[in-house]
Structure formats: C-alpha cells, structure tokens
Design a protein around this ligand. Structure first.
Ligand SMILES: C[S@@+](CC[C@H](N)C(=O)[O-])C[C@H]1O[C@@H](n2cnc3c(N)ncnc32)[C@H](O)[C@@H]1O
Length: 285
C-alpha cells in the first residue's frame, strides 16, 4: 500500500478507483500537503455544527468561535490549492454561508449564491420558515471553465404540454432545455431510507455536486471534496470521468460500498492519473 509522508503527517489511501483516491483522514492533515494551484474544482459540504448525529463519532457541536476558526483553516487551504480560474463550491445553511462568504470574499471572487429548495425543515422562534439551503460558488479570478447547463422544460402535470410562461420569450426557447438558474428546486434530499448509504445521515442528492462539477470542469480535470460523507461527490466525478481526490475522517466503508455498487469495474483499480503530482512532498511506496 502506498504511504504518503513527511516529518509531520503519515497517511495511507483508503481506496482508489480508475478516477480517484480516497484518504481516510482529517482534511486539515491532507489539504496542507496538496500543491498550491493544482485543483480544478472543490466541492465542500462541511458539518454544520448543529449537533447532528453523524453516527460515526464526529462531534458536531463545538463552541461557535472554535468552529469558525476551524472553517477558516479549511477554507483557506482549499482556496490555496485551487488553480487560477478554478471553482470552489460550499453547501451549507444560509446562516453559515454568510460567514463562509465573508471569509471567501478575502480570498476568491464571488460568482453565485445558489438557493436550493429545502423542504421539511422547522420554523423556530421569531423566524420565518426556512425553505432553502445555499450553495456558494466562488472562483479564483475569472472562471477558466464555465459550461452552461440546461434543465428540462417544465410540463403540465395534467395535459403534459410545455408550460408556456417563460417571461414572454416562449418562441426563442432552446428545445434542449432552460438555462440553469441560481434557484434549484429539484435537489431536495432523498427522504426514503432505501436511497441512503447510511440510514439517518443526510447525504446530498448526486445532482448537487454533479451540477457543480459539470458547470466548472471538463473530463479529466481534478475535483476535490474534503468532507466525503457518503461519497456523492466521488460518484458524480466518477460518473462524469473527472478525476478526484477525496477525504473523510471517519467511517469510509459506506463510500466503498456505494462505489463498488455503482462502479464495479473501476473500484480498486489504480488511478489513471498521477496522484503524486498533486502532493508537495515525497511519496514512498
Ligand atoms: C455533511 S457530511 C458530507 C456529506 C456528503 N457531501 C455526502 O453527500 O454524502 C460531512 C462529513 O464531514 C466529515 N468530517 C467531519 N470533520 C472532518 C474532518 N476534519 N476531515 C474530514 N472529514 C470530516 C463527517 O464525518 C461527515 O461525514
């Protein structure tokens, strides 16, 4: 098994696929070892510090100040390793993404605050009923890749006809679909247990990291996710022939199971790219 080490850190890969490498490790131990300006796209869905039970030992309720200091560290590291023109997406609650945006505004260029419909939340105290999550989209300078995605033209549930109200421009609609907007209504999480790798833990629908990846990368570009969770980013990358580097500190077996199920021909094969090129210290075998 390959081992990556320097004076401070020592870690081994958990699994490889034809397109990716997953490390079971604290992301703050892996990120500092990655070369500056080497990653095309980062997708991060961090813990929200709301006391959620990840069922893996992770303590999701720290002092707020301590949590934000920790977030500054991984956000700064992620910004450092992005290529010029590379993209950084962070999925979080609006309250957290306001704070993350403040950090990012010092480091990268704002592109979008994407609102994603979130059903099934609760209204608390003197607040409105929260109905969206946020996906921040920043780039290092002007984006080097921007692929405009299209979504299916909505149809009437009853007559199945196309819904004709598109701001008075019905005649000029592109038949291949509508321009993807910054308001996503088709991405609510899977509520049914059978779709989850770890029952009880909310994993993102693949469409969320997949859209981020498709907008901002081309085939064989490299995508990094520092908070692997159930592995939705790695599935999206693998499916779309992007190379990927993943990190998850706790149990990675569910990621293995999912990749095994979806990509049986790829799992445990050596990656088709030089992982060593992304690390800034010697690698010994
Ligand atoms: C919200 S989940 C990510 C879910 C993932 N996006 C998905 O769709 O499956 C956050 C993950 O970060 C992991 N985590 C927490 N602290 C970490 C750290 N320091 N380094 C790496 N992973 C960490 C948690 O174990 C958890 O699985």
């Amino acid at each position: 098994m390959r081992t990556f080490h320097n004076e401070v850190h020592l870690f081994t890969k958990f699994l490889t696929t034809r397109n990716g490498v997953l490390f079971q490790q604290d992301c703050l131990k892996v990120l500092p070892l990655i070369r500056e300006g080497s990653i095309d796209c980062i997708f991060a869905d961090p813990p929200f510090n709301i006391g959620k039970d990840y069922k893996n030992g992770y303590d999701d309720k720290r002092q707020n100040e301590e949590f934000i200091i920790w977030c500054k560290e991984w956000i700064s590291q992620c910004s450092r390793i992005l290529k010029t023109g590379g993209s950084f997406f962070i999925y979080a609650t609006p309250e957290l993404n306001i704070k993350f945006g403040n950090i990012l505004n010092e480091l990268l260029s704002f592109r979008h605050w994407i609102a994603l419909t979130m059903k099934g939340t609760f209204r608390r105290g003197m607040r409105l009923y929260p109905a969206h999550y946020s996906l921040l989209y920043y780039t290092k300078g002007e984006p080097k890749t921007f692929n405009l995605l299209r979504t299916p033209i909505p149809t009437c549930r009853h007559c199945k006809g196309e819904i004709p109200d598109y701001g008075g421009h019905r005649g000029s609609l592109n038949p291949s679909g509508l321009n993807l907007t910054d308001f996503w209504t088709d991405t609510s999480p899977n509520r049914h247990r059978k779709f989850k790798v770890r029952p009880g833990v909310n994993e993102l629908k693949i469409i969320i990291p997949e859209r981020a990846i498709l907008i901002s990368t081309n085939e064989n570009d490299i995508v990094l996710d520092p908070f692997g969770g159930g592995g939705s980013t790695f599935q999206a990358a693998e499916k779309n022939k992007r190379n990927w580097i993943g990190v998850e500190k706790y149990d990675c077996n569910h990621i293995r199971r999912k990749l095994q199920e979806e990509f049986p021909d790829s799992i445990d094969k050596p990656p088709g790219f030089e992982i060593e090129n992304y690390f800034q210290q010697e690698i010994s075998l």
